[in-house]
Design a protein around this ligand. Structure first.
Ligand code: PEP
Ligand code: MG
Length: 898
């Protein structure tokens, strides 16, 4: 490990971002590529960290290294720092590892003193220019190094501008600039009781110290918190020879995008200001001209810029945002970084670069971020000035939606059936609201976090959803939604953006998602590369169809309870539950059977021979019955209106009330659900299994291939699975008979209870596959009830860094992941071909997908809308693991810094 703290530009390269910061690494790379970069050096991020460890002390050894590097700049520029006749001037800038644009400070024109300013005047033949530079230096130095608030200087400048009847400093005459400098010096003296240093080395060391200090200014701290950048990284400092774009009309400054950052189109876009410094373009004090102006006035420089731009694109293989300055017809590149661009531009550029041979297909795949696909695959809001944000919640399910406000699932469904577009608002949703959720364009809840029921369901269906919008007040009795001064009533128009969590009043213009040619190309490349299969969690034929369109290679989780919740089926399910006798229950089940069968048939047809994993009923039965309060309300109402002798309806309600009380559990999550339900009430599972095999038989008769996989939820003990497997095999034989051999079905289990994971070798002897239900496995491993944890403490835990992330969103690899690893190892130790995948929410999250790939799972199964992303993430996992194995750099570094 070297103790070198200062690197001349030619001593670094693009892979040294950790040490030199993004800017320092890129300046080094550009220097070595022969681009015209003003020469300089970079002080490492490690020096900044030391500065903090040593309580603001800059060691003499560092000062010596800085001085030695300075001598090299002097030699290269043929100027001396502090030389009264022709001074070398410096630009001092910050440069963190991760881009933090505008968060830290810069000092330009460093090296000017009362003496050297006259030297600059002499060599440039422009005293006005030299004085302007000096004034700008005092202001920047005073603010950044001496901590004087900027306002103190701007007030003085405004006053002098006003008196001189000019708009900006560039228009002040020499005498006025002298006056300005004097006044600036007085500000410094008055505020610090010291004069502006006339020793240039003192200026330099103070400036370096000030840039280190700017790492912890309040705006930088807030930025890091928002962007999850570690506080202990520190910033590097780059020191470069100053170049002046404001010398004369053959000088200027500008910004250039190597491709169109909105569309990704292969065209250079840029702005240019003649006779100006960079700040003027950024601050908007002067309106820049198009880059064509440069082409017309300085064609040779334009040509050189064009070439430099192509060279930089090839070097970084990405759209570059380049800052350049021209001094007396000589081009200098001051900075390059990856351009901020739309998702569409990022995708198009990555595909184009790969096809142009600038980057490999693998690198193009590694470019795709979750955020890109979120933007590309969902409707988005086209914001106009008049659009009004009325509240902010959590961005729970991406996409945007506008519609009429409704307060309950029934209204949502009936209005939607009339062709109305509705937004369903609930305090929180329960599985009972599913028909409303299906019918609604968007979902808005007042409570619940990113993995609350509403969020999970909405994401699963690709319905935009804003959750946990606690600023709102819901008055269910009057059907009003209050939000500060707004009161929304049923039927009012409202819009939500599930990608940002924002709620808007009225209707908002929406943009349809586009499956561009580029996305199709990228997904094809992903499929060529990836090893893991990507399945979808879908339970409606419509969603299954969509899942296939997105490239799902199977259905990894069909939650049959979702099929029970539609208004035409719920009464049948309720009749099964409240049946007074066996016969009554059998009758109700027989009516439910064809409905289930028809659903399965449609799903098999859509999937045409690909695996379809159907999970038998999982939730506790009380979830299918109305809430006790609702039933008691109904009973009261009936009591009031029922005439003597007409008590049928009352009796029915009483029966349901009794059943609800009987089924009540103090902790339903750990109660009678999943396999436990199937063992105690085998007739329900029996009907479901029969429906699956009857559907399979129908398909076989029609010449459609089927591959049913029957999955038993919530197994904790091998003997539970043994009993239920026998049930499945028995029904299969009964229904399929001679077609048994034509229907290669599998029976497997969810692994979602820690005990199941720890005894997986016993369980595997009854299972053909394992599917890790990481939603429940996370709850049970951490002992967190998902909704309570998200509502009460998880955000605090993440904020206080007690947990690195919400474990319901990003798999807890050390705990839950370890259980998966153990289960997989045990399972495959007795069944080497055991198929294993994951079907919890984590299956659509990048880091979790990488983990699944690394431990050797066969598939991930996520919501249909996440399928394209999961295909790309699975490919990325494979590329990275191959590169790591070959010990190549895992990711070609792409992004640059502030
Ligand atoms: C799980 O627990 O991860 C799972 C997929 O099942 P559910 O979310 O339906 O409980
Ligand atoms: Mg589960």
């Amino acid at each position: 490990m070297t103790n070198k703290r200062v690197f001349l530009f030619h001593e670094g390269n693009a892979s040294m971002r950790e040490l030199l910061g993004g800017k320092g690494a890129d300046l080094a790379e550009m220097t070595n590529a022969g681009l015209p970069v003003p020469y300089g050096f970079t002080i490492t991020t490690a020096s900044c960290r030391d500065y903090y460890t040593h309580l603001g002390h800059i060691p003499l050894t560092l000062i010596d290294e800085i001085k030695a590097a300075l001598r090299v700049i002097e030699d290269k520029s043929n100027k001396r720092f502090g030389d009264p006749s022709d001074p070398l001037l410096l630009a001092i800038r910050s440069g963190a590892v991760t881009s933090m644009p505008g968060m830290m400070d810069t000092i330009l024109n460093l090296g000017l003193t009362d003496e050297t300013v006259e030297g600059l005047a002499l060599v440039t033949g422009n005293r006005r220019f030299a004085l302007e530079c000096y004034a700008r230096f005092i202001q920047m130095y005073g603010h950044v190094a001496l901590d004087i608030e900027n306002n103190a200087f701007t007030k003085v400048l405004q006053q002098v501008n006003q008196e001189s009847k000019v708009d900006h400093i560039g228009q002040l005459a020499e005498a006025r600039l002298e006056e300005l400098i004097l006044k600036y010096k007085q500000v410094v003296l008055h505020r610090t009781k010291k004069s502006i240093p006339q020793n240039v080395e003192e200026q330099l060391i103070d400036a370096v110290r000030a840039i280190f200090r700017s790492w912890s200014n309040p705006r930088a701290k807030v930025y890091r918190k928002v962007h999850k950048i570690a506080d202990d990284q520190g910033t590097a400092v780059s020191v470069q020879e100053m170049i002046f774009g404001n010398l004369d009309e053959t000088s200027g400054t500008g910004v250039l995008f190597t491709r169109n950052p909105s569309t990704g189109g292969n065209e250079m876009l840029g702005e240019y200001l003649p006779a100006a410094q960079g700040e003027e373009v950024v601050s908007g004090t002067r309106t820049p001209l198009g880059i064509t102006y440069l082409m017309q006035t300085l064609p040779a420089v334009y040509e050189q810029l064009h070439e430099a731009a192509s060279q930089l694109e090839e070097l970084y293989g990405d759209i570059q945002d380049i800052e350049f300055t021209i001094e007396k017809g000589q081009l200098y590149i001051l900075q390059t970084r990856n351009a901020r661009r739309t998702a569409q531009a990022a995708l198009k550029a990555a595909v184009d670069y790969a096809e142009e041979g600038i980057i490999s297909k693998e690198d193009a795949l590694l470019r795709i971020e979750t955020e890109h696909l979120n933007q590309l695959l969902h409707q988005s809001i086209q914001i106009r000035e008049e659009d009004e944000i009325v509240a902010n919640g959590l961005p729970a399910s991406p996409g945007a939606a506008s519609g009429q406000l409704v307060f309950d699932a029934e209204t949502a469904e009936s209005w939607a059936s009339l062709g109305k577009r509705v937004i369903l608002v609930r305090r929180e949703t329960t599985p009972q609201d599913i028909h409303g959720v299906i019918a609604a364009e968007g979902l808005l809840t007042l409570r619940g976090g990113m993995t609350s029921h509403a969020a999970v369901v909405a994401r699963g269906m690709g319905t935009p959803c804003v959750c946990g919008c606690e600023e709102l007040e819901l008055r269910e009795e009057t059907k009003e939604l209050l939000c500060f001064e707004h009161t929304f009533r049923e039927g009012d128009l409202i819009s939500i953006d599930g990608g940002t969590g924002k709620v808007y009043s009225g209707e908002i213009e929406l943009r349809e998602p586009e499956i561009s040619e580029e996305l199709t190309r990228m997904l094809d490349w992903a499929d060529e590369v990836k090893k893991m299969k990507v399945f979808a969690n879908s339970d409606h034929p419509k969603d299954v169809k969509l899942a296939r369109t997105w490239g799902a290679e199977g259905i990894g989780l069909c939650r049959t309870e979702h099929m029970f919740l539609s208004p035409s089926r719920l009464p049948l399910v309720q009749r099964v539950i409240v049946a007074g006798s066996n016969q009554e229950r059998q009758e109700a089940l027989q009516r439910l059977l064809p409905v289930q069968q028809s659903d399965f048939e449609q799903i098999f047809i859509e999937m045409d021979g690909l695996p379809v994993t159907i999970r038998l009923l999982d939730p506790p039965l009380h979830e299918f019955l109305p809430k006790l309060e609702v039933l008691e309300g109904r009973r009261e109402h009936l009591n009031m209106i029922t005439l003597d002798g007409d008590t049928d309806e009352l009796e029915k309600v009483d029966r349901v009330i009794e059943k609800v009380k009987e089924l009540k559990e103090s902790n339903p999550m750990l109660g009678q659900r999943g396999a436990r339900l199937g063992i105690v009430f085998p007739e329900i599972y029996d009907m479901q299994i029969e429906a699956i095999f009857r559907a399979a038989l129908q398909c076989i008769h029609r010449g459609i291939k089927v591959a049913p996989e029957i999955m038993i939820p919530l197994i904790g003990h091998a003997s539970e699975l043994s009993v239920l497997r026998k049930l499945v095999d028995g029904v299969a034989e009964q229904v399929l008979r001679e077609e048994l051999k034509n229907c290669p079905y599998r029976v497997g289990t969810m692994i979602e209870i820690p005990r199941a994971a720890l005894t997986a070798s016993q369980i595997a002897s009854h299972a053909d596959f394992f599917s890790f239900g990481t939603n429940d496995l996370t709850q049970m491993t951490l002992g967190y009830s998902r909704d309570d944890a998200e509502r009460k403490f998880l955000s605090h835990y993440v904020e206080q860094k007690i947990l690195p992330a919400n474990p319901f969103e990003v798999l807890d690899q050390d705990g839950v992941g370890e259980l998966i690893r153990i289960a997989l190892e045990q399972g495959r130790s007795i069944k080497p071909d055991l198929i294993a995948g994951i079907c919890g929410e984590h299956a659509g999250e990048r880091d979790s997908i990488f983990f699944c790939h690394d431990i050797g799972l066969d598939y991930v199964s996520c919501s249909p809308y996440r399928v394209p992303f999961a295909r790309i993430a699975a490919a990325q996992a494979q590329i990275l693991s191959l590169r790591n194995a070959a010990d190549k750099p895992a990711v070609i570094h792409i992004s640059t810094t502030a």
